[in-house]
Write a protein that binds this ligand. Structure first.
Ligand SMILES: Nc1ncnc2c1ncn2[C@@H]1O[C@H](COP(=O)(O)OP(=O)(O)OP(=O)(O)O)[C@@H](O)[C@H]1O
Ligand SMILES: [Mg+2]
Length: 489
């Protein structure tokens, strides 16, 4: 009895069909033998005599696993693997190596990302568990892709949160572009999540086990930026006391985020473009070039089209980076995201600060939704972090949101609804009462906020309201004015 149920049930593969193994081997006897052994085990097999034949059969046969010899005529296993990598195939490959070529096989696993290798002569008892492991890894990957898709429908993509149609569209772009090696340009105001999106693209790509390196082009002095990007040899400039690899080399096999791309000096942009085209870098002061394999993601919070007009961004570099564009809308244009992002952040901050906050009070949430968030999600995160610490437990209320600096409210409507008419001769106390009433209406009876706006203490405001109520009670008819809740929230 095999442990893994999917393989156990071999004749019912992913879509109810048998699992398919493509066997690539130039030795006729070996090929037939392997084919027969796997068929007996219930796999559907297809045979190819070299890499070229294998590639030509790929689309029609649609294998779940490829088993390949390394040295073969016409196209050997290395070239075939490189081609599969170019095609961004996710089919696991098991390489078969002849005696003494284990180093080459290891290179195949490390550089060409083969699933594993087996020394010849192949023992079927060793091959079978390996094929099963390759299948189960592939199955797990597909399963995790499926789960990711499901989670994103509930408003999550990795650490990114949001249910608005705009952010859901961003999630779907991320999922589409991640598996390829295409350059991506991410634009959006500061704090909209550009770096998070770049990290998510890396996480969902086959480069995930490799490094993710981010470099902020705006934070580097012009004199250092090229050495940061491309590296330098010892003594190549004053201060270059040691030889150093640049970020291109450091991110080899992974992803490189070039943040604030519009801030990069124009001559450096020319050099960057060359690296992107040739996939080779030359360290400052070096005579040779080094091949690099980094996926480049660029980000900017300044509209790139404007940067081109101002001649701050080279147009040809822009076209090279803009292969795939992800635009992050400002938070004020996707206010539905405020509630789920705030909830996720409360959860996160509870862990960080050992607090027991359970959520947002409805009034607090509507306050957050009325605000315009010029600092976008970063600003929201800061506000929530502070509120979580202040509240400590239970619900976050208005008073926790920003006790020192009330959240600015939308500008008063120009209609008569938001104005009082002042006539000469109106007693000061009446003008004051009307003005306080108007302000309370504006803050939706939030007394603390009203006191802040009026520039008086909450206690003074409460005393005034008590006086107005007393006066109204003495005057006879019940007061119609609303002075907010006595709790003074
Ligand atoms: N959709 C989101 N879900 C959850 N958290 C988010 C989301 N978007 C952004 N954040 C949070 O906002 C903060 C800022 O995000 P990020 O650093 O990616 O922004 P940015 O666009 O790169 O900003 P800048 O232009 O200032 O560099 C992050 O720390 C992250 O916590
Ligand atoms: Mg950033």
């Amino acid at each position: 009895m095999r442990q893994w149920s999917e393989v156990d049930d071999r004749l019912a593969g992913p879509s109810g069909r048998a699992y398919r193994v493509l066997i690539v081997e130039d030795d006729d006897d070996q090929r037939q033998l392997l084919g027969a052994a796997l068929s007996v085990e219930g796999f559907q097999t297809e045979l190819a005599g070299d890499g070229l034949e294998a590639l030509s059969k790929l689309a029609a046969f649609d294998p779940d696993v490829i088993l390949t010899d390394l040295s073969m005529p016409r196209m050997d296993g290395f070239e075939m693997l490189a081609e599969l990598q170019r095609k961004e195939s996710s089919i696991p490959v098991i390489a078969l190596t002849g005696f003494g070529s284990v180093e080459r096989a290891v290179a195949v696993v490390q550089e060409l990302k083969a699933f594993w290798f087996l020394e010849k002569p192949v023992k079927i008892g060793v091959l079978l568990p390996l094929v099963e492991r390759a299948l189960s890894q592939n199955h797990l990957m597909r399963e995790s892709e499926r789960l990711n898709r499901e989670l994103s429908m509930q408003g999550f993509l990795g650490k990114l949160v949001g249910t608005s149609p705009a952010i859901q569209q961003v999630f779907s772009l991320i999922r589409q572009v991640a598996p390829s090696s295409a350059s991506v340009l991410i634009t959006g105001e500061s704090g909209t999540g550009k770096e998070m999106v770049a990290r998510e693209i890396h996480r969902l790509s086959r480069r995930a086990p490799g490094p993710f390196i981010a470099i902020n082009c705006a934070a580097l002095p012009e004199t250092l930026i090229e050495s940061e990007l491309f590296g330098h040899e010892k003594g190549s400039f004053t201060g270059a006391v040691e030889r150093r690899a640049g970020v291109f080399e450091q991110s080899h096999g992974g992803t490189l985020l070039l943040d604030e791309i519009g801030e990069m000096p124009v001559q450096t942009q020319t050099k960057l473009l060359r690296v992107l085209e040739d996939l080779k870098v030359r360290r400052l002061g070096a005579s040779n070039e080094i091949g690099v394999d980094s996926r480049v993601i660029a980000a900017t919070n300044y509209p790139p089209e404007k940067a081109i007009q101002k001649q701050q961004l080279r147009e040809d570099l822009y076209y090279r980076l803009n292969v795939f564009r992800i635009e992050l809308p400002p938070l004020r244009q996707r206010k539905e995201d405020i509630a789920p992002i705030a909830e996720a952040m409360i959860h996160h901050m509870n862990q960080r600060h050992a607090t027991r906050v359970t959520g947002l009070h409805a009034d607090a949430l509507s306050g957050l939704e009325r605000y315009d968030w010029p600092g976008n999600v970063r600003e929201l995160r800061n506000v929530i972090e502070r509120a979580v610490i202040l509240a400590g437990e239970g619900l976050i209320k208005d008073k926790h949101l920003n006790p020192d600096r009330p959240l600015p409210l939308p500008k008063l409507a120009a209609s008569g609804d938001g104005a009082i008419t002042l006539k000469p001769g109106l007693p000061l106390s009446e003008a004051e009462e009307a003005y306080i009433q108007l302000t309370l209406k504006y803050t939706q009876s939030n007394r603390r906020l009203a006191a802040d706006l009026l520039g008086i203490s909450l206690r003074t405001l409460q005393n005034r309201i008590a006086e107005f109520r007393e006066k109204a009670a003495k005057a006879g008819p019940p007061a119609v004015a609303s002075y907010g809740s006595a709790a003074g929230r």
